[in-house]
Write a protein of this length. Structure first.
Length: 227
């Protein structure tokens, strides 16, 4: 079951989303919000799989609101303005629906999110691949191809064995949940390493791919357990 909330400054738009969600068995619309600050407090407190998020709102643009969230949550943008489409997909939106929303288009968007979640969480490849959305694509990266993951503000950079990189909107905490705990270790607030690729471990640093990475004081215990 997809756990969702909806954020829109128009109560009528929220009523339509509620009615549509009631017609789909695989989604539960937990709450609706006209207040962005209330929605943010809810998201910080409870687990949410999906946001239905209006873009053109009084206090803050919906895209900026989504960028400000710390949790990795799927989003379907809802708006009357088609010019926001490219910007919406730049932040790895699952879909983008124009108002007035038709039910079949809504159903299609929800099904797309369901497929993404299933691919990320429930496939046999879950323990051998990392599935993540970036650059308008859904990447399915073999874990053995990952050297290390680096924090970049609201994004993470996945550095691969072939020296290519994938930059995605995610948090280090969120990406760590997708990785097998026995195969990857967070050694610093800015770095997660593939244990199998580590060449040497010292008191305050780790060597990997010919580079030296610092061990943060907060993560020393975890490093000692992993190595």
């Amino acid at each position: 079951m997809i756990k969702a909330i909806a954020i829109d400054d128009e109560p009528l738009a929220l009523q339509i989303l509620e009615a549509f969600c009631e017609r789909i068995e695989t989604i539960s619309l937990l709450k609706t919000f006209t207040s962005q600050s209330e929605a943010q407090r809810y998201i910080n407190k409870f687990e949410v799989d999906l946001l239905f998020l209006d873009i053109q709102m009084p206090r803050q643009n919906g895209i900026d609101l989504y960028k400000s969230l710390k949790q990795e949550t799927k989003v379907i943008f809802t708006t009357a303005y088609s010019e926001y489409a490219v910007e919406g997909f730049n932040v790895s939106a699952s879909d983008y629906i124009l108002k007035p929303i038709a039910f079949d288009r809504f159903e299609e968007a929800v099904a797309k999110v369901q497929r993404e979640l299933a691919l990320e969480q429930n496939t046999p490849q879950a323990n051998t691949h990392l599935t993540i959305r970036a650059d308008y694509k859904l990447y399915n990266i073999p874990l053995e191809d990952i050297l290390f993951i680096e924090a970049m503000d609201d994004y993470i950079k996945i550095n691969r064995v072939d020296k290519s990189t994938v930059v995605a909107r995610a948090t280090m905490k969120g990406i760590l949940k997708k990785l097998p705990s026995t195969g990857f270790t967070r050694i610093h607030k800015s770095f997660i390493v593939n244990n199998a690729k580590v060449e040497a471990v010292q008191t305050a640093s780790i060597e990997l791919a010919g580079k030296e990475f610092p061990i943060g004081s907060t993560y020393k215990d975890q490093v000692n357990k992993s190595f």
